[in-house]
Design a protein around this ligand. Structure first.
Ligand SMILES: Nc1nc2c(c(=O)[nH]1)N[C@H]1C(S)=C(S)[C@@H](COP(=O)(O)OP(=O)(O)OC[C@H]3O[C@@H](n4cnc5c(=O)[nH]c(N)nc54)[C@H](O)[C@@H]3O)O[C@H]1N2
Ligand SMILES: Nc1nc2c(c(=O)[nH]1)N[C@H]1C(S)=C(S)[C@@H](COP(=O)(O)OP(=O)(O)OC[C@H]3O[C@@H](n4cnc5c(=O)[nH]c(N)nc54)[C@H](O)[C@@H]3O)O[C@H]1N2
Ligand code: SF4
Ligand SMILES: [Mo]
Length: 731
């Protein structure tokens, strides 16, 4: 008899409540859950493909070990853990703890204990080398918050706002930021029906831009310029909130001075947007409606080299216009599975965000609030000398597909003495690994929404916009005869063999610790620890506002009735947000000093390549699954039809795309939503560098076009992953 039970899809951060049907011990169907109060039946194609993902014939049911001839053979997970522990002990004894690094990718998110335990392990061996995908994503968000400070009253609710500004993000597809990701189409439709004016800045008429009231379609990479222009206009026309600024912000004069060169005419010419449209966008954002909203930027705006600055200007614009929840208003994202926190209408002051902790051996980079610079990890592997990284453990990430400079990444990974991946398939990175640990998958493990809730601490515009939580037990057994291990159990297994004591503090990172009232939960693990994931989740939620058992009692998820209202500021509070940070406004001065006309005259590279995401793929995941790729296993190079015709090409032509750094093969496809001078491609496709002739089966690796050591954010090391100058030549 098939059974259908509520579960949680955790492919992306929306964490949709779904219904999962199991028949004959197999997951056979996943649909939306109409009884889930938050999602009301919503899912996307990826969530509905969870049965295909679980039952994928390429899924690993046993861990793999590389054989002498370069192939792979199954190995028992206990045996693999024995061998990996022994190798790590040997490397640490020989080269020191820094020789061991961990990289956590996006598939840490579905398994809340995975990141915490991996981080506990690396601290237990006393290596500082813990890297995550965050620093090749939008690390500027945390840098900007450190420089600006946090508003302890939190965000304005999207579902009440009359205006919203989105820059280089497409939340209708990505569910990531701005429009709440829990059924974003519905959330946007309701807002527009209510009279919201949405402003979108995107070189492409994205799904979100197509529904905007104003769509600015600029040259890519000019987001700092445009934001500075909008701020300048708002200051000049006195459209900001002087009372809020007076009471809560420092640095107004420095900001006003730094943006003063960004006149409407200058910005319109430089970004190639109509002057009047820019003015209208600024005025609408500043004045439309009784309840004006916020501004959020996404990956598109962050990859154009000035990500930290773009994020900082977003916060400056928000504070300048006083766009934060005030005393007496409801808390937009109340804590539920996180510990209770009293929101207050006051600033949390800026704090040290970078330049501390571990120093990398390249490019003057350091640890930061956004973590260690992942774009420098390949260099740390390749650069001989003391501290060289010899072993890398990748958890739910795919460096060969997703890191910048694929060729360098490939050399680095091939040179390692030990490469371990924890991956559900022989991913591109796993194909270079010594060991591939096969893990359990989503519906085979218990699930909760704590991870989706806590991302709000990384940046505003994310997280769950209600006191909503869900817990789901394991819904299906792993396939018969399989030998699978949960990621956190792998690290506990290593710790036991290496006789380490590990501990983690839930929740680390994201400035989270700054918002704790109750003492943090400390989880300790050592060689005597015997724990189930369920027991570990209970420990992780020991001080949550709503007890985990109570959440679990509502199997379809529940919006709890918590009385969360923003409180008055403390009478003695003199803290201020900083909108005049010298380092970041110094970078804005550099932007103004750039000779943008000369940069544009690069005849060798007449196009700019920009990132975009596809609704059916989560980075590299799903790209090879027929149910999701519809038989097209490559990522086209989308170009304006006239640009294709100008080159004498057709949609479907094979081309070479070359940046000043490297080249990739690609298949062009017509897309009239783009500017003529822009090419858009999904990232995280492609094979190894020797497999270019398989482009129609594997796609093209955009990261290969990106050098890590030429143009990069000096604070976070994030290279220029967008606005990449390229030329296109027929093959
Ligand atoms: N050029 C360019 N580069 C980019 C980007 C871009 O837009 N353009 N985007 C950047 C961004 S925002 C990010 S976040 C990074 C992403 O970088 P990564 O996180 O490194 O890449 P993913 O492709 O998400 O890797 C996911 C891996 O998890 C595996 N996996 C799938 N399901 C499971 C599971 O249940 N358990 C485990 N253990 N593994 C699983 C998949 O097979 C895959 O190998 O890439 C960055 N790189
Ligand atoms: N379906 C799906 N959902 C995902 C993912 C996925 O791969 N697939 N990945 C997840 C991850 S890891 C992340 S980080 C988030 C990212 O979420 P988003 O940041 O929303 O990413 P995208 O959907 O690629 O939207 C980026 C937009 O920026 C535009 N753009 C490109 N260059 C520029 C520029 O220079 N300036 C401006 N203003 N716009 C520009 C692109 O045209 C595109 O519409 O999505 C998450 N959700
Ligand atoms: S939106 Fe995200 S969480 Fe929801 S079903 Fe799709 S992939 Fe899963
Ligand atoms: Mo990301």
């Amino acid at each position: 008899m098939p059974t259908t039970k509520p579960g949680i899809c955790r492919i992306c951060s929306a964490h949709c409540g779904v219904l999962a049907t199991v028949a004959d011990g197999k997951l056979v169907k996943v649909t939306g859950d109409p009884d889930n109060p938050m999602f009301q039946g919503y899912t996307c194609d990826k969530g509905r493909a969870l049965p295909d993902i679980h039952n994928n014939p390429h899924r690993l049911l046993h861990s793999q070990k590389r054989t002498a001839d370069g192939g792979y053979a199954p190995i028992a997970s206990e045996q693999a853990t024995d061998e990996i522990a022994a190798k790590l002990q040997h490397l640490i004894a020989e080269y020191g703890p820094r020789s061991v690094a961990i990289y956590l990718g996006t598939n840490g998110l579905p398994y809340p204990a995975s990141a915490l335990t991996a981080n506990a392990f690396i601290r237990a061996i006393e290596s500082p080398m813990f890297f995550t995908a965050n620093t090749i994503d939008q690390p500027g968000k945390q840098i900007a918050l450190a420089a600006h400070g946090h508003w302890l009253g939190g965000d304005i609710p999207f579902d009440e706002a009359d205006s919203w500004l989105l820059i280089g993000t497409n939340p209708l597809v990505s569910k990531a930021i701005g429009i709440p990701g829990q059924n974003p189409s519905r959330n946007l439709r309701e807002a527009i029906n209510r009279g919201m004016r949405l402003i979108v800045i995107d070189p492409r008429r994205s799904q979100t831009a197509a529904r905007a009231s104003i769509h600015l379609q600029p040259r890519p990479g000019e987001d700092a310029t445009i934001l500075a222009g909008i701020i300048n206009l708002i200051i000049t026309e006195k459209l900001y909130d002087p009372a809020f600024v007076e009471q809560n912000a420092a640095g107004f004069a420095a900001l006003a001075d730094a943006v003063s060169g960004f006149t409407v005419d200058y910005v319109a010419e430089r970004a190639d947007i109509p002057r009047d449209q820019l003015v209208e966008a600024a005025r609408v954002f500043a004045t439309h409606g009784d309840r004006p909203g916020m501004v959020n930027a996404g990956t598109g705006a962050n990859f154009g080299l000035h990500g930290s600055l773009v994020e900082y200007l977003c916060l400056c614009l928000t504070t300048l216009c006083g766009r934060w929840q005030r005393a007496g208003q409801r808390v937009t994202r109340p804590n539920t599975l996180m510990p209770a926190f009293t929101a207050k209408a006051q600033p949390h002051p800026p704090y040290e965000g970078w330049g501390y902790g571990e120093r990398l051996r390249v490019r003057g980079l350091t640890d930061t609030v956004s973590g260690m610079p992942t774009a420098a990890l390949a260099d740390e592997i390749l650069l001989p000398g003391e501290g060289q990284v010899k072993a890398l453990i990748c958890i739910g990430g795919n460096p060969m597909a997703a890191w910048p400079d694929q060729r360098k990444t490939e050399r680095a990974l091939q040179s390692l003495e030990l490469l371990v991946t924890l991956d559900t398939e022989m991913s591109l990175t796993s194909r270079l690994a010594h060991y591939v640990m096969a893990p359990k998958m989503q519906m085979e493990t218990p699930a909760m929404t704590q991870g989706s809730e806590l991302i709000k601490y990384y940046t505003s515009g994310t997280g769950i916009p209600a006191a909503y939580a869900q817990y789901a037990p394991r819904l299906v057994d792993p396939p018969a005869g399989s030998d699978l291990i949960e990621e956190w159990q792998f690290f506990l297994g290593l710790a036991k063999r290496m006789d380490l004591q590990m501990f983690f503090v839930n929740f680390f990172g994201g400035g989270g610790g700054r918002f704790m009232e109750s003492p943090p939960v400390v989880v300790v693990m050592d060689k005597d620890t015997e724990l189930t994931t369920e027991e570990l989740f209970a420990q992780m939620c020991a001080n949550s506002r709503i007890p985990l058992e109570e959440v679990a009692g509502h199997e379809h998820g529940h919006i709890f009735d918590v009385d969360a209202v923003v409180q008055e500021r403390d009478p003695e509070c003199t803290d201020r947000l900083d909108i005049g940070n010298a380092a970041l406004l110094g970078e804005l001065a550099d932007v103004l000093a750039e000779d943008f006309r000369a940069a544009r005259a690069d005849r060798d590279h007449p196009f700019r390549l920009i990132p975009r995401r596809h609704k059916n793929f989560m980075n590299s995941s799903g790209t090879q699954l027929p149910k999701l790729n519809g038989g097209k296993a490559y990522n086209p190079a989308y170009m304006h039809p006239e640009a294709i015709a100008d080159l004498g090409l057709d949609s479907g032509s094979l081309v070479t795309i070359a940046s000043p750094h490297d080249y990739i093969p690609a298949v062009v496809e017509a897309d009239d939503t783009l500017r003529r001078d822009v090419i858009a491609m999904h990232h995280a496709f492609g094979g190894l560098t020797t497999e270019d002739d398989e482009v129609r089966d594997r796609g093209s690796n955009v990261g290969r076009l990106v050098p890590t050591d030429i143009e990069f954010d000096a604070i976070t090391g994030l290279p220029r992953q967008g606005n990449i100058p390229v030329r296109v030549t027929p093959v």
